[in-house]
Design a protein around this ligand. Structure first.
Ligand SMILES: NC(=O)c1ccc[n+]([C@@H]2O[C@H](COP(=O)([O-])OP(=O)(O)OC[C@H]3O[C@@H](n4cnc5c(N)ncnc54)[C@H](OP(=O)(O)O)[C@@H]3O)[C@@H](O)[C@H]2O)c1
Length: 310
């Protein structure tokens, strides 16, 4: 990896198709912008058509020649994910890059998705598990497919409690978020093991954006008063921009040097900010038995079994 990898090093993505979830905001938007700038056809997957259209208009102002489309998909709804996947499959496209990015963080009260999953586990992990499985035939139709799954430093405090996956016994806002982000890494690594065992060329990489200035706080735990003032004052010292936060995603999605299964995050102090490099998740993310069990439980909960890799 170059000493300081930047978006300028993204190779041409011409002829490639990319799907980015949560593409209207923050890291997802920045990742979509750079993929489009480098020639990919990018599907901006957003739960709100209005937000998706606004993001597409902004992107086209920055890159007028961009090939972008908006697709409405709610990652907290298996029906919505299935409807999107069915349309994509019917379109007959191969899928070169899937960016599993959409996410919600530390919701103050326990909320459920329309399928009855705890909202963070349901959106951040189960929704993306289902989407990736449903799009697998399209991914495997591409010559060098990549799946990038956006995790978080928060995985370090995460615990997969198979008897409390939906926080049904106890809900702790940050605990539920950390578990969902740990699930992201366990999933990405298990996907890589399965893809390799099946002899496919698919690369699956978990990544994390350090601490980046996006809408995730206001959409989750919220901040007002003194807390908001502290964030605004100290934020720029420890946080990076959303564009910098998207670099691990972009490196994993495009760099010829990226190795499937590697975890990519910022190089700086405590991995808060900096150029993308290979980083190490905590041991809890490397437990292959938990990764396999989580896969089986995710199949059962979503009803999605992966063709070829199942
Ligand atoms: N920012 C950080 O410091 C940080 C750190 C670690 C990890 N991350 C991860 O980075 C990813 C992107 O977050 P961000 O920081 O860029 O935050 P953000 O600006 O709030 O973006 C989150 C995106 O996810 C979308 N989303 C949420 N729920 C959805 C659903 N049910 N269906 C479809 N889309 C949904 C949001 O759509 P709406 O606009 O409609 O809400 C938005 O587009 C997340 O997975 C997050 O866990 C971020």
């Amino acid at each position: 990896m170059a000493a300081k990898w930047t978006a300028a090093e993204i190779p041409s993505q011409a002829g490639k198709t990319a799907v980015v979830t949560g593409a209207n905001s923050g890291i997802g938007y920045q990742a979509a912008l750079e993929l489009a700038r480098h020639g990919a056809m990018v599907l901006l997957c957003c739960r709100s058509k209005a937000k998706g259209d606004a993001a597409m208009a902004k992107l086209l102002t920055a890159v007028p020649e961009a090939k972008v489309r908006v697709a409405v998909m709610d990652m907290a709804s298996l029906a919505s994910i299935r409807a999107f996947a069915e349309k994509f499959v019917a379109g007959g496209w191969a899928l070169d890059v899937l960016v599993n990015n959409a996410g919600v963080m530390a919701l103050p009260k326990r909320e459920l998705t329309e399928d009855g999953f705890e909202r963070q586990f349901g959106t951040n992990h189960l929704g993306h598990f289902a989407l990736t499985g449903l799009l697998m035939p399209q991914l495997l139709a591409a010559p060098a497919p990549r799946v990038v799954t956006v995790a978080s430093l928060a995985h370090r405090n995460g615990k997969i409690q198979f008897d409390n996956l939906q926080s049904e016994r106890k809900y702790v806002p940050w605990g539920a978020y950390s578990a969902s982000k740990l699930a992201n890494i366990l999933f990405a690594k298990e996907l890589q093991r399965r893809a390799t065992a099946a002899g496919t060329a698919l690369k699956s990489l978990p990544v994390h954006p350090g601490i980046s200035m996006t809408s995730i706080v206001e959409n989750g735990p919220g901040a007002k008063g003194l807390k908001l003032m502290v964030i605004n004052r100290l934020g720029p010292l420890v946080m990076q921009t959303d564009a910098a936060g998207a670099l691990p995603t972009l490196y994993a999605a495009t760099s010829p040097d990226a190795v499937g299964g590697e975890y990519i995050g910022p190089a700086g102090f405590m991995e808060f900010k900096g150029a993308p490099v290979v980083v190490q998740p905590r041991k809890n993310a490397l437990d292959e038995a938990v990764g396999r069990q989580l896969w089986t439980v995710s199949e059962q909960l979503t009803g999605v079994v992966y063709p070829v890799l199942g």
